[in-house]
Design a protein around this ligand. Sequence first.
Ligand code: SF4
Length: 428
Amino acid sequence: MNAVIPIHSNAAGCAEPTVRTERGQREVFCGLTGIIWLHRKIQDAFFLVVGSRTCAHLIQSAAGVMIFAEPRFGTAIIDERDLAGLADCNDELDKVVDKLLSRRPDIRTLFLVGSCPSEVIKLDLSRAAERLSRVHTPRVRVLNYSGSGIETTFTQGEDACLQALVPVLPTLDANADKRLLVVGTLADVVEDQMRRLLADMGITQLDFFPPRNSTDLPAIGPNTRFLLAQPFLADTTLALEARGAQRLTAPFPLGAEGTTLWLQAAASEWGVSQAQFEAVTHAPHQRAEAALARQKVHLAGKKIFFFPDSQLEIPLARFLSRELGMQLAEIGTPYLHRKLMSEELALLPPGSQITEGQHVENQLDRCHAAAPDLVVCGLGLANPLEAQGLTTKWAIELVFTPIQGYEQAADLAELFSRPLRRRIKLAA
Ligand code: SF4
């Protein structure tokens, strides 16, 4: 079933984005993929996928196999005996967890990560997590979430993981000072930059979620104000709001403009003067703009087409059109969370075409008809499109790479200019 929501006009008479909704075959990765960046961020956590050999292969090939390091993710394989009901999966799982935790004293939080196979055989991982927590607390906390690929996209894995952590966050004292919580996995280097900028404005009551160690969970409550650093955290947002935390609305910190508006939301809430805000942000903003100007030479006027994959598509489209002069052919997104995206939608060029969901055949037809210079898509579509002469960018790389903040703005632009330059070189 596909539907197009008609174009409205805003107060200035400009056409707002048109939203087409599609429900058809989809080409996306599953939420297990989030383990790759989550295990790097939360350094005392282990992610135990309860899944099949396919799940194990997906994780290992996406992560690259670290044969010399003790990995912090693994798969408890559901095999034929489990599927046939010949073995008690809960007993098997308990044995695997006991063995793992006795070998690895460094693990302080264990996530049992559900998969398509564990959901198909109706293995109740929330009960398993409760049971195992009773055995292993206080040394190890056991939580669960689903990374299944049934009706999800790959960034939902992080949303589900953080949502699972929200109930165990300590409660912020009702009389405590207001605290800022930055929500969404950021590379440590980006986190350090954000912390410095906010501290220079006087905002030092600050936590990041997820933290680098699962034993340093931030306290939350009605005095928490939170800023999303990632756009795909709809369920985590609801869970935080249910505990009284209030979201500060802002575009996402991609590009010089996005970063400034994101920081501005915190500065306004904390009553930072405009002079102080500019004193802190002026130099990094200028540096980012200068670096972006060098990338703009390669990107201005080029047409880009987004297939729905990472849920970063709308903020990226805003950044690429407003700061680099790219033309937006179509912005595909797996879901359109209008509330979380309202500031982003307002900044898109008039008449932008958004597609929510996917009917991959129809979208491929539209992509070919649009003849874009660059296509942003999942790995499954990239190679066939390259073979047909289109230039592609893997959406997943955008989540693996530090892209937020002033100092990363040009690196983000380069992720889009590099494939275009490579194509020119190959054609020469
Ligand atoms: S969770 Fe589902 S989609 Fe993901 S690798 Fe396992 S079987 Fe495949």
